[in-house]
Write a protein that binds this ligand. Structure first.
Ligand code: CP
Ligand code: NVA
Length: 301
């Protein structure tokens, strides 16, 4: 495997190895401190980021390298240099590239032209690094994920897609409750079904059906960075019945935890009572972004 562009790029063995290694990096942060000595990793972020950007820069430092972070205004890409030329040139300087942008096709184009590993740090369609931290956090709560269940409630997003694709090789059942207009991409649904190793995939319009027996309830923002801002009012109207409330949490399993990739909007997709309450693991989940990206960098290098 040269790149990590979506979770479906990972075999069940790759996924298990990454999670195991991330758990080791959590305990021993400097376990591979010489891997990137004298080398750089480019971070290109065309959208804002708190967790992914800072955890990735820190992971590069922990592996002994130097992160080089640039935005769209700083590269000649913004003046029309092609993605392919940019990828070829950057490959001659850096050990790997971590990219957050809009269209998934742009990251695929970059990765095909690059001679170094390329990691998707969030596109409109996928957020594979997030899904690794999500599974790591759930494993900390329940141990082996086989036979367990996660429920996602809200608008299907890049985060939902990567979670679905991660559940499949992990043997984790996933139920996704969305209004019909904000359902997951049918292509991701098909991939998830194809890659399933025993877990179920349920797509429903009913949040109560989705959370029944779940070990975790997950949500994400109702308007993602790649969505048109003028959709906000329609989304709030359609998604209000999908807010994660204390009542919805009590319909899940008695030990169910609450997960959210963050940033969160209290009072929209989740109430403050839930995200700031005793079942919430969102800050542990955010902390797990660091050892997971460290594991990905090590595996690809
Ligand atoms: N969850 C996540 O990717 O957060 P950032 O947008 O802050 O990186
Ligand atoms: N779905 C959200 C995730 C942010 C980490 C977005 O793309 O804005």
């Amino acid at each position: 495997m040269k790149d990590l562009l979506r979770v479906a790029d990972l075999s069940p063995e790759d996924l298990a190895d990454l999670l195991r290694r991330a758990e080791e990096f959590m305990r021993h942060p400097l376990a591979a401190h010489d891997l990137l000595r004298g080398r750089t990793v480019l971070l290109y972020f065309a959208k804002p980021s708190t967790r992914t950007r800072i955890s990735s820069e820190t992971a590069v430092a922990r592996l002994g390298g130097t992160p080089v972070a640039v935005g769209p205004a700083e590269l000649q890409l913004g003046r029309g240099e092609t993605i392919e030329d940019t990828a070829r040139v950057i490959s001659s300087y850096t050990a790997a590239v971590i990219i957050r942008t809009f269209a998934d096709q742009d990251v695929r184009t970059f990765a095909s032209a690059a001679q170094v590993p390329v990691i998707n740090a969030l596109t409109d369609g996928h957020h594979p690094l997030q899904a690794l931290a999500d599974l790591m956090t759930l494993r900390e709560h329940v141990g082996d994920l086989r036979g367990r269940k996660i429920a996602y409630v809200g608008a299907a997003t890049n985060v939902t897609h990567s979670l679905m694709e991660a559940a499949a090789p992990a043997g984790l059942s996933i139920a996704v409750a969305t209004p019909p207009a904000y359902a997951p991409d049918p292509a991701v649904e098909a991939t998830t079904r194809k890659l399933s190793t025993g877990g179920d995939l349920l797509l429903t319009g009913d949040p109560l059906e989705a959370v029944e027996g779940a070990d975790a309830v997950y949500t994400d923002v109702w308007l993602s960075m790649g969505d048109p801002p003028e959709e906000k009012a329609a989304r709030v109207a359609a998604l209000s019945p999908y807010r994660v409330t204390a009542e919805l949490m009590s319909a899940a399993g008695p030990d169910a935890i609450f997960l959210h990739c963050l940033p969160a909007h209290r009072g929209e997709e989740v109430t403050a009572e839930v995200i700031d309450g005793p079942r919430s693991r969102v800050f542990r989940q955010a902390a797990n972004r660091l050892p997971t990206v460290q594991a990905v960098l090590e595996a690809l290098l």
